[in-house]
Write a protein that binds this ligand. Sequence first.
Ligand SMILES: Nc1ncnc2c1ncn2[C@@H]1O[C@H](COP(=O)(O)OP(=O)(O)OP(=O)(O)O)[C@@H](O)[C@H]1O
Length: 314
Amino acid sequence: MIEIKNLSFSYGTKCILKNLNLKLDTSKISILMGANGSGKSTFLKVLHFLEGDFHQNISYFKKNILSREEKRWLYLLFAEACVLNRSVENNLKFIQKTYQIKGDLRGFLNEIYTLLEFDKNLLKKYPGELSSGQRQKVAFAMAMAARVRYYLLDEPSAFLDKNTSFLIKNAILHLKKSLNCGFLIASHDKEFLDSLAEVKLYLSDGMILEFENTNIFELNHQILHFENSIKFDKKADKIALNPYKISLFSGQKYCIKNAKIIALRTRQNDVFIRIISGGKILEFALKSENFKKANLNLYQNLNLGFNEDALCFL
Ligand SMILES: Nc1ncnc2c1ncn2[C@@H]1O[C@H](COP(=O)(O)OP(=O)(O)OP(=O)(O)O)[C@@H](O)[C@H]1O
């Protein structure tokens, strides 16, 4: 588990992360979505000790202070592939040495070559002789060679064709099973993410929202169908609704009618209310005091409202 408490981070006066509280399950594949510039890469760098000193705010596997060796429990794959100026094969060997991988080194490498369909010629090549896609594939192979407990992957499918993207996806699933490791993957590639995601996180306005597969819906010709239909101005395949910006209807721009409460749970000072409407499940949060005032009960029907600021088109 990686536990994050009250974490804030700014570049100068620009606040990127606002008082984050989050638990990352390090045995799962979590995906991190968010608009361009929302801070996904920055968050991965913070987690990988590259920005600021947050030992008071982040604990890794129950430890706040990690030695140099323990910091290698994590691996960050950068969006722009970093490959050293030596042959591909020697890059992989270098990683195995740095991460002090013991055991059948040749066997591990052969496994990587097979999973990523490396041909023999690629192994002898130098970075300057690789295409962007090949460099990305090599950088991913280096991550695999490190065999760590938790992987932070920034846009791992950028520059990749469909087939290579598929190989990487399978390699992620293979690594998870064989090493019992977890992943936090930042990406915009919906196809790539959808098939991997166990936990869905969304970074917006410096806050990370956990959707747990709820609150993200397919749009059909800009329409979201609950029991009533809601039409949006913008075209997109999917939409995410921020659970903190949905409330009991009182004249907001959009209304979800006749939603039935199916579950209630409390987290910190919020009560999360899960509703169903037209077969779709949605979760929204009310401050505990507002929940008490509203006097809501399980299986009660209610109308919900939200404005543009609750929407995120994906
Ligand atoms: N080293 C830096 N110094 C100052 N500002 C920075 C720095 N790195 C990033 N930023 C700013 O921080 C914000 C978040 O950037 P970041 O790269 O984390 O976003 P992102 O969500 O990964 O974006 P994208 O989806 O486009 O990759 C941006 O406004 C960016 O301009």
